[in-house]
Design a protein around this ligand. Structure first.
Ligand SMILES: Nc1nc2c(ncn2[C@@H]2O[C@H](COP(=O)(O)OP(=O)(O)OP(=O)(O)O)[C@@H](O)[C@H]2O)c(=O)[nH]1
Ligand SMILES: [Mg+2]
Length: 379
């Protein structure tokens, strides 16, 4: 036995194979290395921080609303959206007026600012004359007098805005066909996306007609909005006749008893008569399916366009007899005065206003809210 053990030991020595003790030492070194590595790169403190469960801010029995951040009201959103316009033009007017009496120097300063506001020159002059001669009523200041002046210019048109176009209820008689037109990039498709999302969320059945068959990817852009909103889209291949798509969309809306049918159209310059004729033809074709269609023909105006917006509105109105306007991008650096001039000169109301790219950034136009936000009057 002793001989066998001696022979094994001799054999191991000869072959230099590690003994059991060598193995144990190797394992111990390995374990030590692993522990050192782990502490170096993953200290215990961090591990706890990662796995720590944050304490709930409210107790289990708190109402659900407490867990959801309160949504901003539309008035606040509008006020914020018009912030740039206020800081560049209308807010300055407020700071000149203060509560003081108007003197000649102040009138000159006002005139200078008003001529940069995109109000037509006739309206600026009328307003200045008005401010010079006004006897302010009890509790009225100059700023609220400017608000009354602008309100008077827009009120008779604005009173015709049909709030059914934004607020759907079960008494609604559809399908109501809304045709959306405007120059390139004014915000037509985005507005349709926001609007159909809003209407659908109120339970309305909406069909959208993708009549911009001209611009590559226009249909896909609209389709993304429609899929997100869960509303039906009627479309055709790029290059198809837009008139046919409009016809099919209204027919579909009629067939499925939809509440709204919204028609997107390709952007075009108001100076291109052939393209304006195409819109007039598209409008006419829809009436073959529903005699009163389209019930609304709305022109989208990028608020930043300024005085040129009046020219656009005049030309589109001439070809299509507009029933309303949509002012988009009012969150940009628009001067906003053109809104007053266009409504007054065309006698066409603003129906919707957009102050950003989110769904929540569109609402029906409310004259009081708009003028308060423009002039910085807290309601
Ligand atoms: N900041 C801001 N951006 C807007 C608003 N409305 C639309 N836009 C942006 O304006 C750009 C053009 O919008 P579209 O909806 O594609 O305009 P369109 O009129 O359909 O354009 P065409 O189909 O090419 O004629 C997009 O980047 C929109 O996100 C708005 O109220 N505020
Ligand atoms: Mg578009």
């Amino acid at each position: 036995m002793q001989n066998i053990a001696q022979s094994i030991a001799d054999f191991l020595k000869m072959t230099q194979m590690p003994t059991m003790i060598d193995y144990l030492i190797i394992v111990a070194i390995f374990v030590l290395l692993v522990i050192t590595f782990k502490n170096l790169f993953y200290p215990t403190k961090n591990k706890i921080a990662h796995t720590e469960i944050p304490k709930p801010a409210v107790t289990e029995n708190a109402p659900v609303e407490a867990l959801v951040p309160a949504k901003e009201t539309w008035e606040k959103r509008l006020f914020k959206g018009l912030g740039r316009t206020r800081s560049e033009v209308w807010g300055k007017i407020g700071s000149i007026l203060g509560s003081k009496k108007l003197d000649d120097a102040m009138i000159d300063e006002l005139e200078e600012i008003l001529f940069t506001s995109d109000l037509s020159s006739t309206l600026v002059e009328e307003l200045l004359e008005n401010l010079k001669s006004v006897n302010l009523a009890e509790g009225e200041d100059h700023l609220s007098h400017i608000k009354s002046f602008m309100k008077n210019k827009m009120l008779s048109s604005q009173e015709r805005v049909n709030t059914e176009l934004y607020k759907f209820d079960s008494n609604f008689q559809g399908p109501k066909v809304i045709m959306i037109v405007g120059v390139n990039g004014a915000g037509k498709t985005t507005t349709i996306g926001k609007l159909s999302t809003k209407l659908k969320s109120q339970g309305a059945k909406v069909v959208v007609g993708a009549c911009d068959t001209f611009r590559a990817a226009a249909v896909e852009q609209l389709e993304v909005w429609c899929n997100r909103a869960g509303v039906e889209i009627v479309k055709a291949a790029e290059g198809s006749d837009p008139t046919g798509v409009a016809y099919d969309a209204v027919a579909k809306a009629k067939e499925i008893n939809a509440d709204y049918c919204i028609i997107d159209t390709a952007g075009r310059l108001h100076t291109k008569s052939n393209l304006m004729d195409e819109l007039a033809k598209t409008k006419k074709v829809m009436s073959k399916v529903l005699p009163d269609a389209p019930h609304e023909t709305l022109l989208v105006l990028d608020a930043i366009t300024g005085q040129n917006a009046l020219r656009q509105a005049e030309e589109f109105n001439k070809s299509l007899s507009l029933t309303g306007l949509i002012f988009t991008k009012c969150d940009g650096s628009s001067k906003a005065g053109s809104a007053v001039s266009i409504v007054q000169s065309l006698d066409v109301p603003i129906v919707y206003i957009g102050v950003g790219e989110d769904v929540e950034d569109l609402d029906i136009f409310n004259l009081d809210h708009f003028l308060n936000a423009l002039l910085g009057i807290e309601a």
